[in-house]
Design a protein around this ligand. Structure first.
Ligand code: PMP
Length: 390
């Protein structure tokens, strides 16, 4: 059953098993790495390490092949139905990926009077690049209107009714996130597509979904998927942009113009293998269940407020499901202090404003973010400590 499956997976994370007294609850910031990824890094560095794209010898050729094969691996992972017509570009993470789309590609899409939709309650990495493109185009006399993507705290999703009203024939581009990094809601991307029509480009910030739930570009009908490898169990300094090449100009950044993060790419290939073997659907079931247990427990503790996704977690609820992110605030204790108190009990959580730059919360909060290595016991222990502070 799922509990046995999880125990076997948890045992594959050396940093987790080496620190049984600690509880890592900050996977939305970066994920821990399974042994298979550590092995792939060791193997690459001890058998193959060379630069890519320019060799006449075996190690260099192997590295070039690794990079090319990992592009295919990313497409497979994202269930790309037409891999011959898409592109994968490696980055250091989601921030660089979104910036690359904004800087190198978006200007070629937009004409004077066009509109773009920007999710102003999202991570700053998914706001600033689009506004910078708008400013850059304005300096060239091309005026693009920015429409703020409305967010509905109670449902934990974008406000799709308001989006349908503000979207029009000039709406060319929408930036959205798949899972909100503070509120934890799984955003309804199908409703965004319905609101903006078949011709608009949708760029998905999948930083909090890749590695946590199935992400299928065929199902989502999006044009870009941008994610961080390091949040999906690969090394720090890894990430990728997947681009469908059918709406707007072709996406052709970089090429072989510099030294790619070859060991990072090796780790990404291994991480995607590991995640596919584990099964994104099972990982999702596990973390959603832990988050539901935590939110249910918190509802009985009057001292705490839960941010986002206030409604029912029932499977048939119209509200999008909360993924493995629960952000809370104590009504009397400062969130920074709460973070320190929790760490004194062994819990590693994030406590601040979570890079939510614009329409975000003005006061801090504590974010608990879960992954497949977390356990029911950890959640119950956390609830126990939180209860003593009530
Ligand atoms: N977008 C979202 C939704 C995120 O959660 C994060 C990371 N916190 C980022 C973008 C930035 O990712 P990275 O630090 O890997 O560039």
């Amino acid at each position: 059953d799922l509990a046995d499956w999880q125990r076997a997976l948890r045992a594959q994370f050396p940093i987790i098993t080496a620190h049984p007294e600690q509880s890592y609850l900050d996977s939305a910031a970066t994920a821990q790495k399974p042994q298979a990824v550590l092995d792939a890094v060791h193997t690459y560095l001890t058998t193959t390490n060379a630069n890519a794209g320019r060799g006449t010898y075996t190690w260099a050729n192997r590295t070039t092949t690794l990079v090319e094969q990992t592009r295919g691996r990313v497409k497979l992972f994202l269930a790309d139905p037409a891999p011959e017509r898409s592109a994968v570009h490696f980055t250091s993470g989601t921030t660089e990926g979104l910036r690359t789309v904004a800087r190198d590609w978006l200007p070629g899409l937009l004409a004077d009077g066009d509109e773009i939709v920007v999710p102003v309650a999202d991570h700053e990495a998914n706001i600033a690049p689009w506004l910078e493109t708008q400013r850059q185009l304005a300096r060239q006399g091309v005026h693009v209107h920015v429409r703020p993507m409305p967010y509905q705290a109670a449902s934990g999703d974008y406000d799709h009714t308001a989006l349908a009203e503000l979207a029009g024939p000039r709406t060319r581009f929408v930036a959205a996130s798949h899972v909100h990094h503070v509120y934890g809601g799984n955003m309804n991307i199908h409703r965004i597509r319905r609101a903006v029509g078949p011709d608009a480009v949708i760029c998905l910030d999948a930083a909090q979904s890749v590695g946590h739930l199935p992400v299928s570009v065929a199902d989502l009908d999006v044009d870009f998927v941008v994610f961080s490898g390091h949040k999906a169990m690969a090394l720090p300094g890894t990430g990728a942009v997947w681009a469908r090449q059918s709406r707007g100009p072709a996406f052709t950044p970089g090429g072989w113009s510099g030294t790619p993060n070859t060991v990072g790419i090796a780790s990404l290939a291994a991480a995607l293998d590991w995640l596919d073997a584990a099964g994104a659907d099972r990982i999702e079931r596990w973390t959603v269940a832990l988050a539901a247990r935590l939110t249910e427990g918190l509802r009985h503790l009057d001292a705490y407020e839960i941010l986002g996704c206030q409604s029912s977690l029932a499977a048939d609820s119209p509200v999008q499901r909360r993924q493995g992110i629960v952000t809370l605030r104590h009504r009397a204790i400062d969130s920074g202090d709460l973070g320190f108190i929790l760490f004194s009990h062994g819990f590693m959580v994030r406590s601040d404003q979570h890079c939510q730059g614009r329409a975000g919360e003005s006061t801090g909060s504590v974010r608990v973010s879960l992954h497949v290595y977390n356990t029911v016991e950890e959640v119950d222990r956390l609830l126990g400590v939180l209860a003593t502070l009530g």
